[in-house]
Write a protein that binds this ligand. Structure first.
Ligand SMILES: [Zn+2]
Ligand SMILES: [Zn+2]
Length: 124
């Protein structure tokens, strides 16, 4: 069996292109949002300067990153912490149950637990 390299290279290029496009699109709306709005988190009112501007992020009010009206009506500036909160709150409402603790998955199905009991039981 021969694995052809050109296919991988092509795939890499496609992935790289997609990533670059996404980054450029993100830079585009982030820049616009930073021009439109004061550099303040919309939740905790933390103020930002050029020094920590990295921690100020652009949130999409309708959670659709492809919906970027030029008037900024779908954007909200949030610090990274409030942005995280905003999204986990949104996920909670979805009721997917992904955040549920995995109790019960640990203690069950260990074949050695029984084996140990059998061995020590035979000792007497
Ligand atoms: Zn905040
Ligand atoms: Zn967001």
């Amino acid at each position: 069996m021969v694995i052809k390299k050109p296919d991988n290279a092509k795939l890499d290029r496609i992935v790289a292109d997609a990533r670059r496009n996404a980054e450029q699109r993100e830079l585009g709306y982030r820049e616009q949002a930073l021009k439109l709005y004061p550099w303040i988190c919309g939740r905790c009112s933390r103020e930002f300067t050029r020094a920590n501007l990295r921690e100020l992020t652009v949130h999409h009010r309708n959670h659709d990153h492809d919906f970027n009206p030029p008037d900024g009506s779908n954007w909200e500036l949030l610090c990274v912490y409030c942005h995280d909160n905003e999204h986990s709150r949104y996920l909670d409402h979805g009721g997917s149950g992904a955040a549920k603790p995995e109790a019960g998955a640990v203690a069950t199905g260990n074949p050695f637990a029984d084996l140990k009991g059998m061995l020590s039981g035979r000792k007497s």
